[in-house]
Write a protein of this length. Structure first.
Length: 96
């Protein structure tokens, strides 16, 4: 399986995961403090959405990287591929 080679993408994904990690720590703190279940559930949903969004972003970046390498197509082809994959990311984001 290929790895993400773009440093900018890797940094973006790691930052997203660190934010989700902070949110998850907040949920743990809320449970320890005995916060209302509805508030905890709301924060858990936010963590899930953050992780889902990170997963979609990683998948699209992987697709862009692999398809770009295999299809070539020059700058115009890469731009068209990026446009299509942006639309795919938008569509996948609406599934949640």
């Amino acid at each position: 399986m290929a790895m993400l080679t773009d440093d900018k993408t890797r940094t973006d994904l790691l930052n997203r995961l660190k934010r989700a990690e902070g949110q998850l720590r907040g949920v743990q703190r809320m449970i320890e403090e005995g916060q209302p279940c509805l508030d905890i559930a709301s924060q858990m949903a936010a963590v899930r959405k953050a992780l889902d969004s990170t997963y979609v972003r990683m998948t699209v970046c992987f697709m862009q990287q692999e398809l770009g390498a295999r299809l070539g197509g020059g700058d115009k082809g890469r731009a068209q591929l990026a446009e299509v994959l942006d639309e795919v990311q938008t569509l996948l984001g609406k599934v949640r």
